[in-house]
Ligand binder design. Sequence first.
Ligand code: GAL
Length: 686
Amino acid sequence: MSPTTRDTGRFDALTADAGILFGADYNPEQWPREVWVDDVALMREAGVNLVTVGVFSWAMIEPEPGAREFGWLDDVLGLLHEAGIGVDLATPTASPPPWLGVRHPETLPVDRDGVRLIAGSRNQFTPASRVYREAALAVTGDLAARYAGHPAVRMWHVGNEFGQLDYGDEAAREFRAWLRARYGTIEALGEAWGTAFWSQRYSDFDEILPPRRMPYLVNPAQSVDFRRYSSDQLRAVFREQRDAIRAAGAAQPITTNFMGVFAHADYRSWADDVDVIADDQYPDQASPTAPADIALVQDLMRSLGGGRPWLLMEQAVSATSWRPHNLPKSPARARLDSLQAVARGADGICFFQWRQSRSGAERFHSALVPHAGADTDVFRGVVRQGADLQRLRPVVGARVQADAAIVFDWASWWASSESAAPTDRLDTVAEITRWHRALWRRGIAVDVVAPTADLTGYRLVLAPHSYVIEQDAAAALTAAVTAGADLVVGPFSGVADANGAVYAERSPALLREVVGVSGEQWCALPDPSVPLVWTDGAEPAAGVSVGTASILGEQLRSEGAHVLARYGAGPLQGRPAITRHPYAAGTAWYLGAVVDDAVLDDVIGRAAASIDRPLAGYDLLPDGLEVVRRGEALFLLNHGDPRRGGEAVEVTVPAGLVDLLTDEVSGEVVAIAPDDVKVLIERQDR
Ligand code: GAL
């Protein structure tokens, strides 16, 4: 197997041996050695089986250029190994020592305004810098050579949360090389970027710069290409460190931690480079939609790995400290969050961090062992989680089967985020999250896929905001409908090609035939909203609103589609807003406006009518209840927060199922307390 190909079997072998992984980032360099001994004892008490070590240890390992101080790390790994605790060993390359930037200022990143960022925080490197890359590879190579065969090391963790942007001269050089490789000739670039506009014609690649501060609006194609380049450049840094680890003989899985729906890295292009998808998730405790929102991220992570188990690499056990206002989680909620990730496909549950720092920028960020020590509700909750996860061993490796797919891709998101559009209020991620919520409320499992994926196995495909649609995506979406799926397309879709050039035809370009409706222009809607009048079946009295549209509508005409709702007032009064079009064996629904939550839920509910639910008889689940089937296990998670008046919910299930968490045998009616979870499975030998 080539070192550049992911090998998912490495992670499967680890979890087959260790069960569900449970642990945290462990930063022993912040503590005296006596504390290490206590740490290891407490880890054992909690059932921790994996800790990520060394993420920010470069200055400890290499206190001056070329030096190597591995003795302390030998001791830490030795202690952990004696206690049977596995190590996810990190390359320390996310945070170079201050001396690197002092000696080599070109390793420091430069922001859009030309400001060079300095040491004193973290992440002060430019991915394009050869000096940085060589220094990072040298320390990675030595680390890997020393520990590749260490029995404590069960996994490798490259860098941390790759996400740096750099607009400096190092980036300019690499961006040009990237553009040369993409376009070949400056004429081809000029065509793709539309440089005839505003006299932007370049005669040589060397004239091009990253999209630094400019007098007025930036060329959107240049901006999107810079995003592509930035993601690729970070990926190159990841890959070369990964390859150095493999070249040193390491056989463990190698990964890095993603950041959910993150704007500066196209994780779909990274997915084949990691042996397991790993993600950091910090849902906001203050948001009532957090459980549904994070479910989308978890579905994305599972889907990036082709449905295979993924790893929750970081989360907070209580409060974060980087928000302006940081609500803590109760121990019950922390447990619920962890079990939600398992339900949606995670085979590992880890946290940031093991022991709460006394100093530094994250001194108020929660940790498994808080400042107040182990005699705390937080730590008792951690011990409980460890025990729960051991009980869930039967779900290791099991899959979530989805009949529905939601389309999301970075290039389209990027292109749609460029300024100077009909509205800057249409947010791709917000829309995808809202559409996904309609499925979450029904317990309908969903994969998050590229529009170019093979969609023919799905019964429902949602395309909430696919701004960029090219021939391959149009063919895939059409094939899904042809095969019998319901396809629901949202507004401002099929607008542009991959360069962000707008199609000079009626919208949604390339999908007109399948949706049976087309638009002449997009139309920002007046605040706060305009009424929609349902026209399907029994018509409400003229002018009676059944919901609203806001932000953006489209001046549509039906070309064969049945009109379900029209605008009741406003600039588009009387025109179609929501349509349905039978096509081949399937049906295409079109939402020509950003409709309110209730209307959206209604349309998606209709389109999803034929999909089997994990709980028979429930079209909509009781408020706050999340239901997921993973393999044979039925997860029932009650997100009704008791601090917000959440209550127990009762549902009917097949009698005689066993709760893996308690061994209780359920009757037909199961009550789930707020913040509690049941994992029901048919009785079997465990
Ligand atoms: C993550 C990061 C960790 C820690 C954590 C705090 O973004 O990887 O090192 O900073 O956030 O929430």
